[in-house]
Design a protein around this ligand. Structure first.
Ligand code: XUL
Ligand code: CO
Length: 437
């Protein structure tokens, strides 16, 4: 059975095409910076948004029908979603998917039954993977939706809830390993707090670290060789979330000795919620050797919450790809943690959304490669720090200088000259020049 009978395989037709069901920029085999686009851009489908979410928001119910011809809440529906998902990915040429445990099966009242369902559906998914060559990018456990997680999972005040979270992580790891997933994600979900009047922050953070340590130990014991990821987010649902941004999460991992096993999964809309640019959190991760994977989406600067829009802002995707190219690529991939706007409720809209996102990243890749090849920006940055290449600057960099020596140097010099223009506007002209030619 076909779930998207009116949608053909999506071809690349080039920038002049007006066909809404064609790529204008994503040309998988085109060589960019030494390798095919599809290798630079391992795209993934997010099971939850694409196959589960129908547009329900605080004020209204689903607008999109994601029943795929089956009764929701049944295993028949879970299987229909697998079939629809693989047809969808194949038609777009998407190589990977990401999932939460509860995205792929309906959760039962008894965890033993949920786990049995997970075994059954993962057998089915595995068959489809073998048939199509599509792979699993990462798995995760949803430890934020069920009311039992109202106070978090690792950070919960209830030891029983903590154990339940541990059971979910264990099973989600089993399934991720079974499906050959490259990574396993911890998004903090409700790992945060609303008020310090009822919260012991240190206690909660120690418990989160303990859960992660157990996950690493168990994961490695069942042969998981991939990366664990933290996906930072500053707020929503909780007012204060412990994994505020990349810098905070990296500090946490180092404090608890988890930094060898974990990397960052950076989501654009989370970085902007933290008051950063997407590029900033990518850079902070990269310079710490922890740029693992990306949740590709964008927020809305007028709204200020986690709108999870499909990315269309080419300036942002360009700066993202600039960071990714400079970092030598991702160990993970680009997961479209993004959803259609609520009024875009048709099956065609699901394809338009992915075409938009994939084209925006392909264009970003092309432009980022040109910025690097052009060399003016990198050249400018290198020149800007040239005073450290020799003399006293080189001595500072080598770590051999003393405060007394530098003070004597400064006294002998008198007042230094101004440090040189930052030339921001000139550099922005270069970027626009490359973006729009
Ligand atoms: C929530 C979010 C999650 C994670 C996986 O903001 O981004 O969907 O990506 O739990
Ligand atoms: Co995400």
């Amino acid at each position: 059975m076909m779930y998207f009978p009116n949608i053909p395989m999506i071809p690349y037709e080039g920038p002049n095409s007006t066909n809404p069901l064609a790529f204008k920029f994503y040309n998988p085999d085109q060589i960019v910076a030494g390798k095919p686009m599809k290798e630079h851009l391992p795209f993934a489908m997010a099971w939850w948004h694409n196959l589960c979410a129908g547009g329900t928001d605080m004020f209204g119910r689903d607008t999109a029908d994601k029943s795929f011809g089956a009764e929701k809440g049944t295993m028949a529906h879970a299987k229909a979603k697998v079939d629809a998902g693989f047809e969808f990915m194949q038609k777009l040429g998407i190589q990977y998917f990401c999932f939460h445990d509860v995205d792929i099966v309906p959760e039962a009242d008894d965890i033993k039954e949920t786990n049995r369902r997970l075994d059954e559906i993962s057998d089915y998914i595995l068959e489809k993977m073998k048939e199509t060559g599509i792979k699993c990018l990462w798995g995760t456990a949803n430890m934020f939706g069920n009311p039992r997680f109202m106070n978090g999972a690792g950070s919960t005040n209830s030891a029983d809830v903590f154990c339940f979270a541990a059971a979910q992580v264990k099973k989600a790891l089993d399934i991720t390993v079974k499906l050959g997933g490259k990574g396993y994600v911890f998004w903090g979900g409700r790992e945060g707090y609303e008020t310090l009047l009822n919260t012991d922050v240190k206690f909660e953070q120690e418990n989160i670290a303990a859960l992660m340590k157990m996950a690493v130990k168990y994961g490695r014991s069942i042969g998981f060789k991939g990366d664990f990821y933290i996906e930072p987010k500053p707020k929503e649902p909780m007012k204060h979330q412990y994994d505020f941004d990349a810098a905070t999460a990296i500090g946490f991992l180092r404090q608890y000795g988890l930094d060898k096993d974990f990397k960052m999964n950076i989501e654009a809309n989370h970085a902007t919620l933290a008051g950063h640019t997407f590029q900033h959190d990518l850079r902070i991760s990269a310079i710490n050797g922890m740029l693992g994977s990306i949740d590709a989406n964008q927020g809305d600067y007028l709204l200020g919450w986690d709108t999870d829009e499909f990315p269309f802002n080419v300036y942002e995707t360009t700066m993202c790809m600039y960071e990714v190219l400079k970092a030598g690529g991702l160990t993970g991939g680009f997961n479209f943690d993004a959803k259609n706007r609520r009024p875009s409720y048709t099956m065609e809209d699901m394809f338009h959304a992915y075409i938009l996102g994939m084209d925006a990243f392909a264009l970003g890749l092309l432009k980022a490669a040109r910025i690097i090849e052009d060399g003016r920006i990198d050249g400018f940055i290198a020149d800007r720090y040239a005073s450290y290449n020799s003399g006293i600057g080189a001595k500072i960099r080598s770590g051999e200088a003393t405060l007394e020596e530098l003070a004597a140097y400064a006294e002998a010099m008198g007042a230094p000259e101004l440090p040189g223009s930052g030339r921001q506007e000139y550099l922005e002209c270069i970027v626009n020049n490359i973006l729009f030619t």
